[in-house]
Design a protein around this ligand. Structure first.
Ligand code: DOR
Ligand code: ZN
Length: 343
């Protein structure tokens, strides 16, 4: 196969930031994606419906009408259930994001005591509002490579049992444990998988010198986990769908004694995915993963517009860095030449 036409894909987990960074990087997503779930971890975070509406306008001012930002609220222990339900009813937000406090970039306002958000979760279950989970515990005694698996047992499964009907997306899963948990559940649970976690394992970060541009959270795990993610993404199972977690940080913030977590994949995600799916003999499953399974979970229509991917003899070229007025941002390097380009 040398051409693949699929409904325009969506990105079910994206960081667009704000201000100069937003202006510089939003066009990278809008070029290929029709819609994206926009993460609320700004400084300060997007915690009310009014703030989400204002942020949506700032995004639209950059991308225009061809791209639809689907907004999220940042769940805190002070979140008002009535504000969440009203923002959803009024079409301002699509979902709510749970960050365990301290789990990742700008998560300090997240949740420490999960009992305190129970009323919000119950209101969300009642109103059918999905919860997007950053699935890692933050306990200092839990090894960073185990934090996702422990989160499933100690936090996620108890929340789901205590809140029947709550629709949950496990975001950016990185382990075979998460794949197995999602596969074991019959309803109300989906998972996003990033582009970079389909490509790198922890060796890419640590062997031959530390590679800050491969550092993200949850951190990439050992190869057996990457293989489980590839298997899940390419299986055709509709519970798994694309959320790039494309998360720009300027080079000086990445290449730093305390470097920020995040891989910037908005620019080359579709080329990388085509490579990964072709290598698995599963190009026919890319449409489900990138264009159909996410809308099905979120009860939204599949996009009418299409994109075409074309296989090229010479490697696809694109900028290694996106220059923004906030500073340069390095585009994720998959470590192999790409031969699929979006026409
Ligand atoms: O690598 C990451 N970067 N993981 C996250 O959870 C947050 C994100 C960011 O906002 O930079
Ligand atoms: Zn993220």
């Amino acid at each position: 196969m040398t051409h693949l036409t699929i409904p325009r894909p969506d990105d079910w987990h994206l960081h667009l930031r704000d201000g100069a960074m937003l202006e510089g990087i939003a066009p990278e997503s809008a070029r290929h994606f029709a819609r994206a779930i926009i993460m609320p971890n700004l400084v300060p975070p997007v915690v009310t419906g009014a703030q989400a509406a204002a942020y949506r306008e700032r995004i639209r001012a950059v991308t225009g009408d061809s791209f639809t930002p689907l907004m999220t609220l940042y769940l805190t222990e002070e979140t008002d259930p009535a504000d969440v339900v009203a923002a959803h009813r009024d079409g301002i937000i699509t979902s709510v994001k749970l960050y365990p406090a301290g789990a990742t970039t700008n998560s300090a306002s997240g949740v420490t005591n999960f009992d305190r958000v129970r009323p919000v979760l119950e209101a969300m279950a009642e109103a059918g509002i999905p919860l997007c989970c950053h699935g890692e515990v933050t306990d200092h005694d839990i090894d960073i490579f185990d934090r996702e698996a422990v989160f499933i047992d100690r936090v996620l499964d108890p929340i789901r049992r205590a809140t029947p009907g709550l629709r949950v997306v496990m975001e950016h899963i990185t382990t075979a444990d998460a794949v197995a948990y999602v596969q074991s559940q019959t309803e109300n649970l989906g998972a996003t998988i990033t582009t970079h976690h389909l490509v790198i394992n922890r060796n890419h970060i640590l062997v031959g010198g530390i590679k800050p541009h491969y550092y993200c959270l949850p951190v990439a795990k050992r190869e057996s986990h990457r293989l489980a993610l590839v298997q899940a993404a390419t299986s055709g199972d509709a519970r798994f769908f694309l959320g790039t977690d494309s998360a720009p940080h300027t080079d000086d913030a990445k290449e730093n004694a305390c470097g920020c977590a995040g891989c910037f994949t908005a620019t080359n995600t579709m080329s990388i995915l085509a490579h990964v799916f072709e290598a698995e003999g599963a190009l026919d499953k890319l449409e489900g993963f990138a264009s159909r399974n996410g809308p099905a979970f979120y009860h939204l229509p599949v996009n009418d517009a299409t994109i075409t991917l074309e296989k090229t003899d010479s490697p696809v070229t694109y900028s290694a860095k996106i220059e923004t007025s906030a500073g340069p941002i390095t585009v994720f390097d998959p470590g192999f030449p790409l031969h699929w380009r979006v026409v």
